[in-house]
Design a protein around this ligand. Structure first.
Ligand code: NI
Length: 261
């Protein structure tokens, strides 16, 4: 799979790219959907803090409104497939040959009750003393529309610093982060996709997804590709992560602080 010169230029200018050409064919989609639904039904990774509700307090008695599984291939290795290699080759065209590519997480926006994913920059979840150079590749396993929660990106925001974030709704029990002031979002672009298409964004590109207003689940997988991180060249703090007090962190024995969503 080869990006055009125009796609590469557009990615570097805007900090995101939507590719409608599917990286998954029909049989791969069916195989992945079956695995995906089993994985979420079984809450794979819950005991390790890797399965949790991104958008709520993540209690045991309530259905997750934005269920996430980090590193899902650790629990379901069959999730891997030739598509990861194809995406690695795409990533190499943007990051160069040193990039390492792996499945990163799965996010399920359930039918009807799936809430919005507020505007955020992924780097805000990570370690403030590291400097990152990475991309996330988001792949919907069915059509992604504004109605079921396709991604939106703010054009050019990959050039921003990491802005101030907080736990969603200011509730430190919630793992998910949001920009404290989203009036900075002035160039939002919706990226609807066919099943198996994908978007690519940088570690600081501000993005959002709406609620799932449809009667079908919105399933998405995220593959990430990273260059080696380096020490951050200045003193930096992400106080929103220092005050977080999530159930997933308790389940993980206190060590689930800086994982990505
Ligand atoms: Ni994100």
């Amino acid at each position: 799979m080869k990006l055009t010169a125009e796609q590469i230029r557009s990615f570097h200018n805007s900090g995101f790219l939507a590719v409608a050409e599917p990286v998954l064919d029909g049989s791969e989609l069916n195989r992945l959907i079956a695995l995906y639904d089993r994985m979420f039904a079984e809450q794979a990774g819950r005991a390790d803090g890797n399965q949790f509700d991104l958008a709520g307090p993540d209690s045991e008695n309530e259905p997750a409104r934005l269920s996430q599984i980090l590193h899902p291939h650790r629990y379901f290795p069959e999730l891997r497939g030739a598509y990861v290699d194809r995406l690695h080759s795409v990533a190499g065209q943007l990051l160069g040959p040193e990039a390492k590519t792996e499945i990163f997480h799965a996010i399920l926006k359930p039918a009807g009750i799936g809430v919005r994913t507020p505007w955020h920059q992924d780097e805000a979840y990570w370690k403030p003393d590291r400097q990152y150079r990475s991309i996330s590749i988001w792949i919907p396993l069915q059509i992604a529309t504004e109605e079921n929660g396709c991604l939106w990106f703010n054009d050019g925001s990959h050039e921003w610093e990491v802005l101030e974030h907080r736990s969603i709704g200011g509730d430190a029990r919630v793992h998910g982060l949001e920009l404290v002031d989203d009036s900075v979002i002035r160039h939002a672009v919706a990226c609807p996709l066919p099943a198996g298409g994908f978007t690519i964004h940088r570690n600081r590109t501000a993005h959002y997804a709406g609620p799932n207003l449809t009667e079908a689940p919105r399933r998405a997988l995220v593959v990430s590709s990273v260059l080696p991180d380096r020490p951050y060249p200045a003193l930096r703090r992400f106080p929103w992560n220092e005050v977080k007090n999530t159930q997933r962190k308790m389940r993980a024995g206190g060590d689930a602080g800086s994982d990505h969503t």
